[in-house]
Design a protein around this ligand. Sequence first.
Ligand SMILES: [Zn+2]
Length: 561
Amino acid sequence: MQLESHQPAGWHPTVLLSLLALWLATLGNVPLWLKLAQVSALQQPTQWVMFFGWGLFLWSAILAFTGFWIWPRWRKPAGLLLLLTGALSSHFMYSYSVVIDPTMWANVVNTDVREARDLLSGPLGWVLLMGFALPGWWWWRRAVRPVPRGRLVVQQVATVFGCLVLAVGVLWLGYQDMASLMRNHKSLRYMINPFNTVYAATRHNLGRASHAQQPLRRLAEDAVLQAGAASGGEAPLVLIVVGETARAANVGLGGYARDTTPRLQQLMKRGDMVYFDQASSCGTNTQTSVPCMFSAQTRLQYDPDLRQENLLDVLQRAGLAVLWLDNQSGCKGVCERVTHSSAAKLLGPERCPDGECPDGALLEALPAGLALLDPARRARGTVVVLHQMGSHGPAYYRRTPPGFKVFGPECQNTALTACRPEEIVNAYDNTIRYTDHVLAEAVAWLERQPQPAVLYYVSDHGESLGEKGLYLHGMPYGMAPKEQTHVPMLMWWSPAYRAHHRLDLPCLRQQASQPVSHDHLFHSVLGLAAVQTRTYLAALDVAAPCRGELLGFRGANPGAS
Ligand SMILES: [Zn+2]
């Protein structure tokens, strides 16, 4: 009894924190340790010294970080939060070889139920049990020894300070090795739990805050329709299809050994379609690529925190009717100021069970979507964007309706590493083949419309299907493999459009063999829709060299000055 009053039961709060830091530095960072073991040969004793140094550095850095802000009042939830982020990011880093950087964080916070559901898997359940539930239960149930506040502050601040000194000391001693390792393996810096998540979330929120504070910058205020663009029932109909996760390497049109694009091949043979076989994306994820391709900025200029109008605003300003029809997790801000809807909203749960439609539903929803537009604008011309679900992973098999499964067997496990490589490719190729069907049907629909029409398809980014041990996408651009940045892009023009705009097809085919990118979308669509503005750059319009004067009109090309 007397012993208890002198030495109350329970753990000292700072000791508990150091145990949490130990867990996070070791088991909470399994992917980092595996990567370190992989990139450094382990034979020499110096390598083991380096490993020990990394461990000591991680432990002291995490303890300094947690000791800085975790105080008794929110100790329990804060510990759970760290365990949960560590377990989740470890799972995704290990299972798909992704890293946690600010754009990956933006993907996480902008996801929807459908996307999240696709990521559920048995292994994730195990990781959450072992990496979160069990240690979390232990953490929650520990009795804590009451320590007078003043003494605790002194002890914890001293611990933080001591740990900082230790971390800096280890860094200083091992700087040469650690720095060269980080330089040679850049992904390592995004793999350190929990700092990767803390950094990514902070950067993302700072960017969003600055974005929200800025007034919307107007763009191309001088935009007008070129004279004669809509004369005599010639108001153009431009259909832009924004693909999802389609990579060029698996597209038959681009030379893939498998015939994943039979219907588009036929259209190519007919001669009114061109395929750009050297197109590259602006980003490696939807969150970056979609706003970037509709912005007036190039990939190198693109700043996600800049609040500026985009292509759709400019088209609308020029007097055109603009519609965004979504079949995914939204337009990432691009369609905020134009008419927008989704296939699921327009068609209802019968066609789209659980809120998910096959991409074919986008075309079925088009008449209802077009009915939302102002007829006076439609008389001048219409631009429609269809945002596909495309080849969104890892549940590729869910993207293809039953009648469109040409290649088998398909991987039906969202934990992709549980499947054989060819099963993953089969499921993925079926999604490309289905997109082939959707695009061919889009052309068929355009051919039935009275207006001169154009189809412009480009995917938002590519995908890794296990090459170099990588899955999915979202690698920071500078270290992303070509599979994630080389995307399919194609254009089709109706004969009436080609005649009215005097397009030279052999010239366009020649253009299609040149390297192009998402940088070209903004200016190419202005050209296709015959919108004139000083913001237009002919050098970034793929069709500019191949376009004559509008039929029956004399005057310069849009913005050719
Ligand atoms: Zn995407």
